[in-house]
Design a protein around this ligand. Structure first.
Ligand SMILES: [Zn+2]
Length: 482
């Protein structure tokens, strides 16, 4: 998932103080005992328990079983078998799968489909490290505990339940809807890459909504602050900066030295500033945040939102780590290796430089900039196979439907466009030319975000609210025109 905390980090400092007043203390739907839950809510909870019990982390080969289980639920609910596809995929040491379900419009009419996505795999969780069994859904003190309760089995269940509920209600969408659950988002994202490259016909859509990104933020008292509509993700890329040298005996030092030369190259990389960039999402986010923030920083944020060429505003924003990454590509040294013996001149020294690349910028252009800064004595190489993507343009229909869905569960809470510094499967879709919007229907406190960590949890209230959120969102976008 794209950590929500990134969005929260970027906006919470300014919104926290300002929005408490604006957020009207809107109550979510009331907390209720299980006996007062609707049948579709109870059904969703049952599905949640079933899929949490499947340890779908890499190496367990349990994703295909989860996909088959869900496929059976869709067929039993009346989706034709031909519209429910489990697509197996064998990655490195990993047997996984994707699930695709098509909810057809009447007579195959309508605009290009809308795709809804989440992922079935989870990060590894070891029983001995957790307070409770990570693969048993536990409801305790207002929270659901278990691996995937937040990232991202709640997303899978919310989307699956929405399809099952709409089918039971006799809903016929005005355009085809496609459900896509990937099988290795947390590791290689190969199932998603495979789908967009080899099975495009199954997942081709006008745009996609991603349950694994964006979403609502609460303050530490549980008051809703804002809902992030995520339209872009920066590209994650690692570069190895390496200096080689013939080496020799340390009793005979020379001027050229792999460690000193690498250190000098890294200092030049530290001084490298990438150009300031913006898109409609970041400008909208800056304008909203600026209007609600006091002091010099708030003024700078607002001025940048109005005119991203304001050099004084850029200077202020660049000094704030929470915002600096929102206006440009950033690169930073994160690891260091070098030398082979205490009494030898180093034959090689290498550093990892981690970059978060602004949407739309080519990875190779960043490598070239690093190489130029490092100088000819060092070699800068891309490691891994990162993928870059553009920002998705804000769409009025999506923004309006998301706003309606947010108002249904948290009246009065603003929807704020957001660009994340991390990446999810949404990046693969955007790179394939399918605009993608991260709209996780949950509202959580940043301190409750244990995604990937120990004792992952989700507020019970949030789980049920997000079912309502998705029902409103899908019927707004694909229901009968009013
Ligand atoms: Zn995730």
């Amino acid at each position: 998932m794209t950590p929500k905390s990134v969005v929260a980090l970027a906006l919470a400092p300014v919104l926290a103080c300002a929005l408490v007043a604006a957020a009207t203390g809107a109550a979510a739907t009331q907390e209720r005992p299980p006996s007062q839950r609707s049948s579709h809510e109870l059904r969703a909870r049952e599905l949640y328990a079933r899929v949490i019990a499947m340890p779908t982390s890499k190496g367990n080969d349990q994703v295909p079983a989860m996909a088959e289980f869900l496929a059976g639920e869709f067929r039993a609910a009346g989706f034709p078998a031909a519209d429910v596809s489990v697509v197996p995929f064998e990655g490195e040491g990993d047997k996984t799968a994707s699930l695709v379900v098509r909810y057809r419009a009447r007579g195959g009419k309508g605009d290009k489909p809308i795709l809804l996505m989440a992922h079935m795999d989870v990060v590894v969780a070891r029983r001995e490290d957790w307070e409770r069994d990570p693969f048993t859904l536990v409801e305790e003190n207002g929270y659901f505990f278990g691996r995937g309760t937040s990232d991202d089995k709640q997303g899978v269940v919310a989307l699956a339940s929405t399809f099952l509920r709409l089918k039971a209600e006799g809903f016929v969408p005005r355009r085809d809807l496609i459900l896509f659950f990937s099988g290795d988002e947390e590791t290689t994202q190969a199932t998603t890459v495979n789908m967009v490259r080899q099975h495009r016909e199954l997942i081709d859509a006008e745009f996609a909504l991603n349950a694994d990104a964006g979403g609502g933020t609460l303050d530490s008292n549980g008051k809703p602050l804002y809902f992030a509509l995520q339209t872009a993700e920066k590209t994650y890329a690692d570069f190895a900066v390496t200096v080689k040298n013939p080496g020799g005996h340390s009793s005979l030092p020379r001027d050229d030295n792999a460690i000193y030369d690498l250190a000098a190259a890294l200092l030049r990389i530290r001084a490298l500033k990438f150009p300031v960039m913006w898109n409609d999402t970041t400008l909208a986010a800056f304008r909203q945040a600026g209007a609600m923030t006091a002091g010099e920083l708030g003024a700078a944020i607002g001025r940048f939102g109005a005119n991203p060429r304001d050099t004084a505003a850029i200077a202020v924003i660049s000094k704030e780590p929470a915002y600096a990454g929102q206006i440009r590509t950033t690169c930073v040294a994160t690891m260091l290796t070098g030398g082979h013996a205490q009494n030898a001149l180093p034959q090689s020294a290498s550093a990892n430089v981690n970059c978060r690349i602004f949407p739309g910028v080519k990875i190779e252009d960043v490598r070239l900039a690093l190489q130029q800064a490092a100088g000819s004595g060092a070699e800068v190489k891309l490691t891994g196979e990162p993928m870059s993507s553009d920002a998705s343009p804000l769409r009025p229909d999506v923004t309006k439907a998301v706003t309606r869905a947010v108002q249904a569960i948290r009246p009065g809470v603003p929807v704020v466009p957001a660009q994340s510094n991390g990446a999810s499967d949404g990046l693969v879709f955007r790179a394939a030319g399918i605009p993608t919007y991260g709209v996780d229907g949950n509202f959580i406190k940043p301190e409750d975000d244990f995604a990937h960590g120990l004792n992952e949890r989700l507020p019970v209230q949030s789980f049920y609210d997000s079912l309502e959120f998705w029902h409103v969102l899908v019927t707004e976008l694909a229901g009968r025109r009013r």
